[in-house]
Design a protein around this ligand. Structure first.
Ligand code: HAM
Length: 423
């Protein structure tokens, strides 16, 4: 027997009826983000490796160990995008968006790739839906993005959430904080894990994020970044908080949150869900301001802020069976007997042409089994065509919810069903 092939580890197939849940959530995002003025952008999955090493930061976990990178046929280093922000910035610069409009608001949706250790809610191919706003320095825009997320999750019934916010300041503030942190850690640096000892040299802020128990315990009393913020950053962070309060969005300031990507400046935020099905991967959204990235990737000096949400994690947080998200047929055409097939096909085409969702059976099966299938799919109506109906030109129309039945002339079926289904 031929060996069976499996999908690549950490990369999953999405099958019905689960895909219906995804459609529901994705449509909700599209519809809501459009109402806040965000328009869709699509960038390629493959980009030059340099975009991410320069954009995300050489000393981040993503760039150091998680990228799917390989040489193309011309020996250029290519990377499957691990996130969407760097690609959006590249596109923003490449298409001179700042000359076309003062404010650009984009959203994107698609697969991202990271070579991570897998667990529930953490995969090597995963989907993000993200939002980026360019050209607005005011803190109200990040607050509005958080409010939009709050609306999104409430509207799909994910309510056990916490919005965490912090500020990582500008580069001066971070320089000050870096010194304070190194000063705090150095006396016990030998007790840290190997990774953190290295991070102390390359990127000490990342030590705050380490999951190793001893490092975590040692960092409990670390100085707060908020004490290193200058006047400007403190004011901006205060404005973000006031705007959230004005919009009625509850939040918690978490001074330990530093985020795993190097491009952040000022406000950063995460939304954490306390859903059991997520296990330890409870961060369903993450984002923040990155005012320096457009310029550092060769563009003009343009402020920017955005977030990305993990679609798998959102789906894991949705209660309800996948079947509930699948739409049921408006009508199932049950047909059996000599001469019924052409009538079934013609009626199917006519009803679909009128915009109805129509199911019918192509295989030769009994009426009973067709009724069973119609029932299983939750069909609203069933049209029954047998030999007698072919003769008379009158078919039976059953309302499956009310369990009632009437006779309708074949020529009238489309009009009657369109009326009933539109009610
Ligand atoms: P991130 O924190 O790396 O940020 O990812 C954002 C979200 O994507 C996470 O909170 C999580 O929900 C989901 N996610 C990340 N990695 C995985 C994985 N391996 N498996 C499943 N889900 C995952 C960014 O990517 C930034 N680009 C966000 C941003 C946009 N900041 C500004 N603009």
């Amino acid at each position: 027997m031929a060996e069976t092939l499996k999908s690549v580890r950490g990369m999953n197939d999405l099958l019905p009826p689960e895909s219906a849940k995804w459609h529901y959530f994705e449509n909700r995002c599209r519809e809501l983000f459009s109402r806040y003025g965000y328009q869709e952008v699509r960038t390629p999955i493959l980009e030059s490796t340099e975009l991410f090493s320069r954009g995300i930061g050489e000393a981040t976990d993503i760039v150091e160990k998680e990228m799917f990178t390989f040489p193309d046929k011309s020996e250029r280093s290519m990377t499957m995008r691990p996130e969407g922000t760097a690609s959006c910035v590249r596109a923003y610069i490449q298409h001179s968006m700042h000359r076309k409009e003062p404010v650009t608001r984009w959203f994107y949706s698609g697969p991202m790739f990271r070579y991570e250790r897998m667990q529930t809610g953490r995969y090597r191919q995963f989907y993000q839906i993200g939002v980026e706003a360019y050209g607005v320095a005011e803190a109200t825009v990040e607050a509005e993005q958080i409010a939009m997320l709050h609306e999104l999750y409430s509207s799909v019934g994910i309510t056990n959430l916490e919005v965490l916010i912090n500020s990582v300041g500008n580069s001066e503030d971070r320089g000050r904080y870096r010194d304070a942190l190194v000063g705090y850690i150095t006396p016990f640096k030998d007790e840290l894990c190997g990774d953190c000892q290295r991070r102390l040299e390359t990127n000490p802020l990342r030590i705050l994020d380490c999951k190793v128990k001893t490092c975590k315990a040692r960092m409990n009393d670390a100085p707060s970044i908020l004490n290193s913020l200058g006047e400007e950053s403190t004011k901006h962070f205060g404005e973000a908080q006031s705007a959230l309060t004005s919009m009625g969005v509850p939040f918690t300031v978490d001074a330990r949150m530093v985020r795993g990507l190097d491009y952040y400046t000022g406000t950063v935020f995460e939304i954490v869900a306390s859903t059991k099905s997520l296990g330890t991967q409870s961060t369903i959204v993450a984002g923040g301001r990155y005012d320096g990235l457009v310029e550092s990737l060769g563009g003009p000096s343009v402020p920017a802020v955005g977030f990305a949400l993990g679609v798998e994690r959102a789906i894991l947080s949705l209660t309800g069976d996948s079947e509930e998200y699948r739409s049921a047929p408006d009508v199932f055409i049950v047909a059996h007997g000599e001469g019924t097939s052409p009538i079934k096909l013609a009626l199917g085409a006519e009803l679909r042409g009128a915009g109805l969702y129509v199911e019918l059976e192509h295989r030769v099966t009994s009426m009973k089994s067709q009724f069973k299938r119609a029932d299983k799919l939750g069909s609203h109506f069933v049209v029954v065509i047998g030999e007698a109906e072919v003769e008379s030109g009158v078919v039976k129309l059953k309302n499956m919810q009310q369990r009632s039945e009437e006779e309708v002339r074949l020529a009238e079926v489309q009009r009657v069903l369109s009326e009933r289904c539109g009610e």
